[in-house]
Design a protein around this ligand. Structure first.
Ligand code: FEO
Length: 138
């Protein structure tokens, strides 16, 4: 069962961001399912790297959009992004030299990250949506 299920209510109304969030959630679910189903270490490492890479890609794109339109909450928003990237890096480093069974130990961490991701979209990202829409971003 996926950790997070994308639904229409999660849409912010900015297509490029909504599409990225949907993909982001899919990658988080893939990582979670990989751990639950005991995928081999190589596949788990790939899922983790994919999650980290895509998170970085999404943050860079979203931050550029916020800068382009001079969103007043930009600095605070970027701080949230940076904190999450640090957590992902720490988790990746912790797992690098472990066997596949040790991934089970991070299941709770992945669940917590998934909750962060949901809360971030719902509370932090949702705050900039009206601002950008007012500027004509769709
Ligand atoms: Fe969509 Fe601020 O991450």
């Amino acid at each position: 069962m996926p950790l997070l299920v994308w639904n229409e209510a999660m849409k912010l109304g900015i297509k490029r961001i909504d599409d990225q969030h949907q993909r982001w959630i899919a990658l988080m679910n893939r990582l979670h399912e990989g751990i639950q189903h005991g995928l081999d270490k190589k596949l788990l490492d790939e899922a983790m790297t994919g999650m980290l890479d895509y998170t970085r890609t999404h943050f860079v794109d979203e931050e550029q959009l916020l800068r382009d339109y001079q969103y007043p909450g930009y600095a605070e928003h970027k701080k949230e992004h940076d904190g999450f990237i640090v957590r992902l890096h720490e988790l990746q480093k912790e797992q690098e030299n472990r066997d596949k069974n040790s991934w089970l130990l991070v299941l709770d961490v992945v669940k917590a990250m998934s909750k962060w991701l949901f809360d971030h979209i719902e509370y932090a990202d949702r705050q900039f949506a009206p601002f950008l829409k007012e500027k004509g971003v769709q």
